[in-house]
Design a binder for this molecule. Structure first.
Ligand code: ATP
Ligand code: MG
Length: 425
């Protein structure tokens, strides 16, 4: 048994091969049946001649039937992929009923039957790149001595503010799904120092945009005795490593997906950095009502990012628009030590910053934001026992993929997207 990808790489030209997979396309002529067979590694054209002993089996085959096919592999310039197998034996494993996906089906219909659409070449390739991005991110964290940890998804107090919080009944108790693992990573730095996790985060996002899911995968890092410069240096190092690694390993996937791989080689440290104040000054020309103190919207971020044409940071946001845990500059308390990484077309893909390490200031920030300090006793304990300056960030895996692969919508960056309307299958 060989994988189709091996045949396409020329492993067994003019040799007898057996492949196993599914029928992707079938075209039947009087004397010849063309089959396209797919497995996890690729698609290959197979031909069945009328004189072949497997003609009858080939006739029975329907789209998405599973089968084993034996034949001779040959280089053939006319075949898509450059190789073809002339079939000598076919054994049907599972004869498929009429497959509901065909070329004329609408985007909406395809989204409704995601469990079948995941077999498509596009989704197969995106999922492979996704796995490589995860691998490369882990590699980078490890190379910098970060320990991977596993935070909980059920939580008892909000991280990012009530408007996007999913509540749930936990036996007799009201709990939430976590919006970020940050607060738990903050616990673990007191033991392990540099930590990271790659885990789901949940946001009850009502708006339908190309960059929001209700469940997404969050790449988060947190570490002690570090400042804003350390933070941005780490994040850009991570991004450079991931882009370099994907640029080397996923050329085939980018080509087949029609995604521009050249943007990856343009990702080099150090990234440009501009302050929030400078961002506002630049954006006022395009968006006159925007004033200092406003949060940047998608259109603003996109406009800025398109100017840079590559990843960059916006840092030092107003404290008033940041979460309670953000540390501010003591001499300028209206400015928070925070930094967002932006990329073209998408805008924000990560938010990071220094965390408030003074217990009393943290309590004050909670009260200003209408949060009850008693709900965060354990978080305050971290400031009571051995507090220190520390930083961290969270990057959305799917946003990173949307940018890398030039995807139109974030729902194609995850196998089972969850949005306001989609939770099936
Ligand atoms: P936005 O303002 O774009 O909604 P945010 O500032 O609320 O994002 P953060 O709390 O900073 O998001 O989350 C850190 C990162 O997680 C974001 O930079 C983004 O990459 C990703 N992220 C946040 N919310 C979502 C979501 N609903 N779907 C997918 N990714 C998300
Ligand atoms: Mg953010």
């Amino acid at each position: 048994m060989v994988k189709i990808g091996q045949v396409l790489e020329g492993c067994c030209s003019d040799q007898k091969v057996t492949v196993r997979g599914w029928v992707y396309r079938k075209r039947e002529g009087k004397e010849l049946i063309f089959l396209i067979i797919r497995d996890s590694t690729g698609f290959i054209q197979c031909t069945v001649k009328k004189a072949s002993p497997c003609w009858n089996e080939a006739q029975k085959l329907t789209i998405e039937s599973s089968l084993t096919l034996e034949g001779t592999a040959r280089q053939d310039k006319r075949a898509p992929g450059g190789y073809e197998i002339s079939a000598e034996d076919i054994s049907i494993i599972g004869l498929a009923e009429t497959f509901p996906i065909s070329k004329d089906k609408s985007e909406e219909f395809i989204r409704d039957i995601r469990h079948l659409w995941l077999r498509s070449r596009k989704m197969n390739l995106v999922m492979k790149v996704r796995a490589e991005v995860l691998e490369a991110a882990r590699q980078y964290f490890r190379s910098q001595d970060y320990t991977e940890v596993s935070p909980p998804m059920f939580i008892s107090a909000a991280v990012e503010g009530g408007s996007t919080l999913f509540g749930l009944k936990y036996f007799d108790q009201d709990l939430y799904l976590t919006q970020s693992s940050q607060l738990y990573l903050e616990i673990l730095i007191y033991s392990l120092e540099k930590v990271y996790c790659i885990a789901p985060s949940f946001r009850a996002e009502k708006s339908r945009t190309i960059r929001h899911l209700t469940e997404y995968w969050h790449i988060e890092g947190e570490w002690p005795f570090a400042d804003m410069n350390d933070l941005m240096r780490f994040e850009e190092g991570l991004m450079e490593h991931v882009c370099k690694s994907i640029g080397e390993k996923c050329k085939k996937e980018f080509t087949e997906l029609g995604a521009d791989i050249s943007k990856l080689s343009a990702v080099k440290v150090p990234f440009p950095r501009i302050t929030y104040t400078e961002a506002i000054d630049r954006l006022k020309l395009k968006n006159p009502p925007l004033k200092w103190g406003d949060d940047l919207g998608y259109e603003d971020e996109k406009a800025l990012a398109d100017e840079f044409g590559k990843p960059f940071f916006v840092y030092d946001y107003p404290t008033a628009i940041k979460a309670f845990y953000c540390k501010n500059y003591r001499e300028k308390p209206e400015i928070a030590m925070s930094a967002d990484m932006m990329v073209p077309r998408i805008g924000e893909i990560s938010t990071g910053g220094a965390r408030e390490d003074d217990k009393d200031l943290l309590i004050k920030r909670m009260q200003e934001q209408g949060l009850k300090p008693e709900d965060y006793e354990w978080y305050l304990d971290l400031r009571r026992y051995g507090t220190m300056p520390h930083v961290g960030f969270g990057m959305g895996l799917e946003r990173l993929l949307v940018w890398m692969l030039d995807l139109d919508n974030i729902i194609d960056a995850i196998p089972f997207p969850r949005t306001t309307r989609r939770f099936y299958p």
